[in-house]
Design a protein around this ligand. Structure first.
Ligand code: PRP
Length: 217
């Protein structure tokens, strides 16, 4: 029987590049994907029977849940925010950053006294879970699509719930980390049916990746 293609959905951008670098170390390559000028969407490695496509980060868990991709590589922030029925099987260790509650230092008090404050974020689900389930603080969550640090500066919200990597965006805008929500990094996710149907291939892939990740440390 002809082996079926194993399909990977990669979150566009930095994560995708790091993912391809890591895959190369276990002998998985996709030459046609390296062409920076290509407008092609789906890339194939005929020999290994693998298919790759790039998608917007938040769409990766969707492709994986529906089985349009067997495997996805995406940030933990996106996995938590999308809340899809998928298996998270491996921490790839790159794309490390933190989800934090940030604001001007004067806002620190507002977090301690359970005040009704406004929280701007690209991640309403993560913010809601943190404030309602962990802190038991009632807040108003305002969904934004980017440049979240603007919100407390121009008076849209008291604090933000956002990703902090180097901390330079905060520093350059007079903001700071007030509380840490959770650590983040790139994760491999798998479709629940694929995990059963392609168990051997996927398990082998996870084992190989674990070996190179351990030797990178
Ligand atoms: C992310 C995040 C912060 C920034 C953190 O934004 O939302 O704004 O990076 O990085 P730093 O701690 O290293 O400064 P991104 O660049 O993805 O763009 P966005 O504002 O459109 O979300």
């Amino acid at each position: 029987m002809e082996e079926r293609y194993l399909t990977f959905a990669l979150g566009k951008g930095r994560l995708a590049n790091k993912t391809l670098e890591t895959f190369e170390k276990i002998g998985i390559t996709c030459e046609e994907m390296k062409d920076k000028n290509t407008r092609k969407l789906v890339f194939v490695n005929e020999e290994l029977k693998l298919r790759f496509f790039l998608a917007k980060g938040p769409d990766v868990p969707t492709y994986v849940e529906y089985g349009a991709a067997d495997i996805g590589i995406v940030g933990r922030d996106t996995i938590l925010e999308e809340g899809r029925n998928i298996y998270e099987v491996l921490d790839l260790g790159f794309g490390k950053c933190r989800m934090c509650i940030c604001g001007p230092k004067e806002a620190r008090d507002l977090l301690q006294h359970h005040e009704l404050i406004r929280v701007a974020t690209k991640y309403p689900r993560i913010a809601k879970d943190y404030f309602y389930n962990k802190k038991h603080q009632t807040v108003e969550i305002i969904k934004l699509n980017g440049s979240i640090e603007l919100a407390p500066i121009v008076g849209l919200s008291e604090v933000i719930c956002d990703i902090v990597e180097t901390g330079s965006t905060l520093r350059e805008n007079g903001l700071e980390v007030l509380e840490e929500v959770c650590p983040l990094s790139a994760r491999m996710v798998v479709n629940q049916v694929s995990m059963k149907m392609e168990h051997d291939r996927i398990t082998r892939l996870i084992t190989d990746l674990k070996t190179v990740l351990a030797s990178d440390k």
